[in-house]
Structures are given as structure tokens and as C-alpha cells.
Design a protein around this ligand. Structure first.
Ligand code: AMP
Ligand code: GLY
Length: 418
């Protein structure tokens, strides 16, 4: 089987790494990919939001299956387009991907179907939003409705900060049309955790849980990033909590899909806050998480392609994947300055030395090949993953490997999984 993976991050490298182990895979392609995906797949220089270009690539290469990594092409309807052209593709159609691309749509869905989430109000009129802010307690959370590269959430500590956020999002339109509407939420406290569940329309298959570390700096300080490192399992989910998450989040989710006439086939990744009153959904993502996927793929023992096929064909009820009982840790190595402006083109050394431990795999994110060297080409550069019989062992292996990799400006958090 010939498979195309769309995207260029650590998530896509990890998915390709896992797919490459399938005896049914004959050829892998990636668009646009990075220096790591080039080791497993043929990279094609087509951007992940160039839908006509991707369709032309899938057709000319006679691809059997396309896997979509990032959120933008899903929201733009890549799955609808490929399906219309008779191509096999993994991911939700745009109407279902709205659960990620519109926070107000997701809120409405959660309210209709009894899925626990923060109390909220939605506004398309900035004046009405400001009136609401004046009558609210603080902190208060202001969210741009649409996709905003993970930057559309402001935790306002005071009315002045909430007013500034509404001004930026709704009037200055710093996120464009993503800020036409805002969702204003009550502030929740508690540890966060990432769930991943394949959804085949009517059934779900829950993966092991994971935990991301979103802030740039140690101690959860600094700006929000795409994610600076993950562990799986997290410390937040024991067997009883896993049962509750199935009953309180996933069962109402699939029932809600059917009730609303939404077809969702793909990966659902709810971001959760384990609040003192119980788990609450902060957001739905309709794709694999990054860097969560880097840790999860290290733990999946079964064939990923079988799970993807079962999802597309509505056969998840019979799927019984096997997971490695060991813990996985992923440490992100980022460019200096990330998540702000960064310099690209720094030569990276030490990846082979870091990978000499059989329990370590280094996934590429923002890397490129230049004059025979692997160089930096993005904010998040590499994801160093390790398995260990305990979380502490996996951490020690991952950090020891991460320390062998050198590039100018290298930035990492030392407290992933602490
Ligand atoms: P989201 O993109 O909605 O997951 O929000 C990004 C981050 O903002 C989350 O990972 C949380 O750390 C924080 N956040 C979002 N919603 C809330 C909330 N209601 N209360 C407290 N923190 C929140
Ligand atoms: N790690 C967070 C995300 O993929 O959105």
C-alpha cells in the first residue's frame, strides 16, 4: 500500500516511523515533510494547506491512502475534497472538524450532549462581550472562536486584560476572521491531560493518555507553545478516571455525533483539565496531537495501518491494539527565541549519537537538509523520545540523548514529566 502523510512536524515523522513498520506498507510519501521524514518517505514540496496541489499529488502518485496531520487542511475540507474524488483519506470532514475550528460550535455540541466543560458565553458583538466582562469575576478566559495557531486563548487576570484581549481579537483582528466571535469562559484549575481516541462514526477506541507541557519555560512559565514535551501515561488518569472519561466524555461524544447527524471518522484529541469537580473538556482537536503522538507511537505495538483502516471502514468495535506497558517521554528541542521569532539554518549535530540507545528515537520537526547537513528550519526542531520501565527511567534516557544533540540556540525544558 502506498501512503501519503500530509504535514511536516514531529507528529508526521512519528506517524511515518510507525507506518514504516507495517508489512502492508510498500511506499511512503510526505508533503511537505522534513529532513527526518525524508529518511522514511519521499518528500514532495507541496504545502499542507495547498488542497489542489495535494489532490494532484495523490492522483499522480496513485496513492492508496492519505493521512492528514495538521488542523488547517481538515478545517478547509481536504477530506471532503479527496472523498469527492474517490480517494481514500483519514480524517474528519470539514463539518465535523468544526469541533476544533470553531470553539463556539464545540461548546454548543458539549452543552447539547452533556459533556463536562467550563461554563461560557459566546459573543459576536464586541460591545456585548465587554459588557459581559465588566460583570464577570477574574481570572476569566477569552478565546478566539477560530484556529489561531494555539495563540487565541487569553487568561485575563483583570477587567483591563479582558478588555485588551477583546480589542485585539475582535477589533484589531490579530487572528483575522478567527476572531469574529469570542468564547468567554470561567477559569478552571487543575492538571491538564491529553486524550486520544479514534472515532469511526459510532465507536471510539481510547488510546493511553498523555500529558503535554505547553508553556515555553520550566515551571509552566512563559508563553504558550505548540508543546515542549510529553509523557505517556500521565499521572492524572488511573483506571477509575479512565472509566469516567469513557462514560462522561467519549460515550456522549459518539452519541452526540449520531444525534446531530455528524460524520466523524478520524482522531479525536480532547484537551482536558482535571478540575476539583472532575474532568472538563477545554477543547476538542480533530487530529493527532503534537508532540503527544511522538510519545504515543513509541508505545503502540500493533500495526497503525490496521487501526486507520478500521476507523475509515467503521470497524473499530473489533480493534484490540496492544500497547507497550513502558512509559514514553518526548523532549522537544526548540530554536532559540521560540515561540517568538527564530533564526533558521543552524547546523544540527549529534542526532546519531543520541539515537545509539535502542530505547531512543529522535523525531524531526523543524529540520531541513542543506548542503548535506541537517539544519534547523522551524521553532520546534526535534523530539527526542525514550521508553523506560518507569517514567523516571524514560526521562533519564531522553535527557541523556537530548544532551548529545547540539545546535546554536538549542532550547529545552528540563522538567518534562517532573
Ligand atoms: P485551548 O486551546 O482551549 O486548549 O487553551 C489553551 C490553554 O489555555 C489550555 O491548555 C489551558 O492551559 C488554558 N485554558 C484554556 N481554557 C481554560 C480555562 N477555562 N481555564 C483555565 N485555563 C484554560
Ligand atoms: N500538543 C498540542 C496540540 O497538538 O495541539
Amino acid at each position: 500500500m502506498k501512503i501519503l502523510v500530509i504535514g511536516s512536524g514531529g507528529r508526521e515523522h512519528a506517524l511515518l516511523w510507525k507506518l514504516a513498520q507495517s508489512p502492508r506498507v510498500t511506499q511512503l510519501l510526505c508533503a511537505p515533510g522534513n529532513a527526518g521524514t525524508a529518511l522514511l518517505a519521499t518528500n514532495h514540496p507541496v504545502a499542507s494547506n495547498d488542497l489542489p496541489g495535494l489532490l494532484a499529488l495523490a492522483k499522480s502518485e496513485q496513492v492508496d491512502l492519505t493521512l492528514v496531520g495538521p488542523d488547517d487542511p481538515l478545517a478547509a475540507g481536504i477530506v471532503d475534497l479527496f472523498q469527492k474524488e474517490g480517494l481514500r483519506v483519514f480524517g474528519p470532514v470539514a463539518a465535523a472538524a468544526r469541533l476544533e475550528s470553531s470553539k463556539s460550535f464545540a461548546k454548543g455540541f458539549m452543552l447539547r450532549h452533556g459533556i463536562p466543560t467550563a461554563g461560557s458565553a459566546t459573543f459576536s458583538d464586541p460591545e456585548a462581550a465587554l459588557v459581559h466582562c465588566r460583570a464577570s469575576a477574574y481570572p476569566l478566559v477569552v478565546k478566539a472562536d477560530g484556529l489561531a495557531l494555539g495563540k487565541g486563548v487569553v487568561i485575563a487576570q483583570s477587567l483591563a486584560e479582558a478588555e485588551a484581549a477583546i480589542h485585539e481579537i475582535m477589533i484589531e483582528k490579530v487572528f483575522g476572521d478567527a476572531g469574529n466571535t469570542v468564547v468567554i469562559e470561567e477559569f478552571l484549575t487543575g492538571p491538564e491531560c491529553s486524550l486520544h481516541a479514534l472515532i469511526d462514526g459510532e465507536n471510539y477506541l481510547l488510546f493511553p493518555d498523555a500529558k503535554d507541557h505547553k508553556r515555553a519555560l520550566e515551571g509552566d512559565q512563559g508563553l504558550n507553545t505548540g508543546g515542549m514535551g510529553t509523557i505517556s501515561p500521565s499521572r492524572e488518569v488511573d483506571l477509575e478516571m479512565r472509566r469516567r472519561l469513557k462514560v462522561e466524555v467519549l460515550e456522549p461524544f459518539v452519541k452526540g455525533l449520531v444525534a446531530d447527524g455528524l460524520t466523524f471518522r478520524g482522531m479525536l484529541f480532547p484537551g482536558l483539565m482535571m478540575s476539583p469537580e472532575g474532568p472538563k473538556v477545554l477543547e476538542f482537536n480533530c487530529r493527532f496531537g503534537d508532540p503527544e503522538t511522538q510519545s504515543l507511537m513509541r508505545r503502540l505495538k500493533s500495526d497503525l495501518l490496521d487501526l486507520i483502516d478500521a476507523t475509515i471502514d467503521g470497524k473499530l468495535a473489533a480493534a484490540k491494539p496492544v500497547w507497550d506497558a513502558r512509559a514514553a517521554v518526548c523532549i522537544v528541542l526548540a530554536s532559540g527565541g521560540y515561540p517568538g521569532p527564530i533564526e533558521k539554518g543552524k547546523v544540527i549535530s549529534g542526532i546519531e549519537e543520541a539515537s545509539s540507545d535502542p530505547d531512543v528515537v529522535v523525531f524531526h520537526a523543524g529540520t531541513a537538509l542543506k548542503d548535506g547537513h541537517v539544519v534547523t528550519s522551524g521553532g520546534r526542531v526535534l523530539g527526542v523520545t525514550a521508553l523506560g520501565s518507569t517514567l523516571e527511567e524514560a526521562r533519564a534516557k531522553a535527557y541523556s540523548a537530548a544532551d548529545k544533540i547540539i545546535f546554536e540556540g538549542k532550547q529545552l525544558r528540563r522538567d518534562i514529566g517532573v
